[in-house]
Design a protein around this ligand. Structure first.
Ligand code: GAR
Length: 222
């Protein structure tokens, strides 16, 4: 008997990707240990995204919806929305999905749309976060899993992963350290939300009493 047979209340989750898919891989691995969610669909806007292979190898259905074939963002998003509904998806995770979403889509999936961003928000919204962190001279950096709001890289924070910035770090070495933390933070956040242990109340995440999670510390930081 598979896990899905044991737990009939697993939340059906879709992951939207554009490339490598390492966060997707971590979320798929997390579904086996957690049990409150099931990755039911992967949507990519690029047919060459490596994450599509990760999904197929794990037996997860995939859809390629190429944004270049649409006249504008909203027609593209309407097709994504249709695919999500056809697969009975209840919650969407952005996993390196490199298209800015319109307020129409964000409102449609309000409070059911998560993103992972490679910085400790609200610092370093947007692109090139690791280079900007090094230039700013911050001593800690990391990642944030948050609910999506129409403003870019904004919204209620679920989990943050913290890493030290080490003398001699390059953009690449810092990115690799942050990515390791992303792979722990995203499954944790998704499990917290889908298990109901963390809830969105009045625009902030409220966690079950006695729960000490929400922050992932890279071991070097201890
Ligand atoms: C991740 O580092 C993620 O935080 C970032 O893209 C990468 C995707 O990697 N997302 C953003 O920059 C969104 N603004 P992955 O495809 O291996 O998961």
């Amino acid at each position: 008997m598979g896990k899905a047979d044991v737990n009939p209340v697993q939340t059906r989750v879709a992951v939207l990707i554009s490339g490598r898919g390492s966060n997707l891989k971590a979320l798929i691995a997390g579904q086996q240990s957690g049990g409150s969610y099931q990755i039911a669909l992967v949507v990519s806007n690029r047919s060459q995204a490596r994450g599509l292979t990760i999904a197929s190898e794990a037996g997860v259905p995939t859809r390629v919806i190429d944004h270049t074939l649409f006249d504008g963002r909203e027609p593209f998003e309407r097709v994504i929305d249709q695919a999500l509904n056809e697969a009975n998806v209840e919650l969407v995770c952005l996993g390196g999905f490199m298209r800015v979403l319109t307020p129409w889509f964000v409102k449609r999936w309000q409070d059911r749309l998560l993103n992972i961003h490679p910085s400790l928000l609200p610092a370093f919204r947007g692109l090139d976060t690791h280079a900007r962190a090094l230039n700013a001279g911050v001593r800690v950096h990391g990642c944030t899993v948050h609910f999506v709001r129409p403003e870019l890289d904004n919204g209620p924070i679920v989990v943050q992963g913290v890493v030290p910035v080490i003398e001699g770090d390059t953009e690449q070495s810092l990115a690799a350290r942050v990515l390791e933390t992303e792979h722990r933070a995203y499954p944790e956040a998704l499990e917290l939300i889908t298990s109901g242990r963390a809830r969105l109340i009045d625009g902030r995440i409220v966690v079950e009493e006695g729960w000490a999670g929400g922050t992932i510390w890279n071991e070097l930081a201890g």
